[in-house]
Design a protein around this ligand. Sequence first.
Ligand code: GLN
Length: 316
Amino acid sequence: MIVPSWHEFVSEVQEIYLKCKPIQGGQVAQYIPQLARQDPEKWGVSICTVDGQRISFGDATTPFCFQSVSKAFNYAILASDIGADAVHSFVGQEPSGRFFNEICLDRNNKPHNPMVNSGAIIVSSLLKSDWSMSDRFDYILNEYKKLAGQEFIGFNNATFLSERDTADRNFALSYFMKECKCFPETRHSIREALDFYFQLCSLEGTCESLAVMAATLANGGVCPLTSEKCVQGRPCRDVLSLMYSCGMYDYSGQFAFQVGLPAKSGVSGAMIVVIPNLMGICMWSPPLDKMGNTVRGVEFCKEMIKKFKFHNYDSL
Ligand code: GLN
């Protein structure tokens, strides 16, 4: 077993979970009612190891939207399908150093990376770009379920509709990218490109199902529950590199410094962390810090690193 003293590990993680529970900082995202209504007291953590040992604490079976956590999986799915080189002819690998929805491109007039909105919109428009909208949605749902070992993946239509109703920034960003010829040539309009992007943000999971997805990445793309290969080797390495350098918005550098693990967060308060060859962790707590990361989630990771030698450079 990959974690030999499992009971000891579980009780130490539980201690950290409980330590983070009373934290009160941060604000629940307000830009759409479906997020604004989230209960700030919700706090769930789930862990799945690469050999399928599992443990959960708190609100680990309550559904929430992926939001930007989907950006990591969409990239991994796309790169497994069309290859890294094809993807990166449209989008770079550099942290933008800017807010996630800023209207800016890199010096080649490409989105900085797939983890900010510009890059994620391009990634979603590349996903099965010659298929119908309905088939593309089915395809992604199916790929997410594979990554999650067939555990809960849902879709929140109210969130999708709200995202679309408050999309001025993403439309402005997309028209700017259209002007700069960032989009692949497809049969789909900007409107459809954004619809698909919002649908991906509105997919739902739970701490439990997202922990399995994170564990699939920790396990080189093979789901630990089903042994199914979901992400190819190189894209799995690539998505973890991007998560490490760009996954935590404008806090990515500090997170890489302090925690030293690939992670991705979203405005729903969701966050995944991958400990390569060991485990996937999902945390969910809606209050966000100024950068847009879940306050309890980030604190939980810092506490984990104090207790365990999980930092990338701990074992030197
Ligand atoms: N739906 C949000 C947007 O596109 C996703 C943002 C996020 O989680 N950072 O603005």
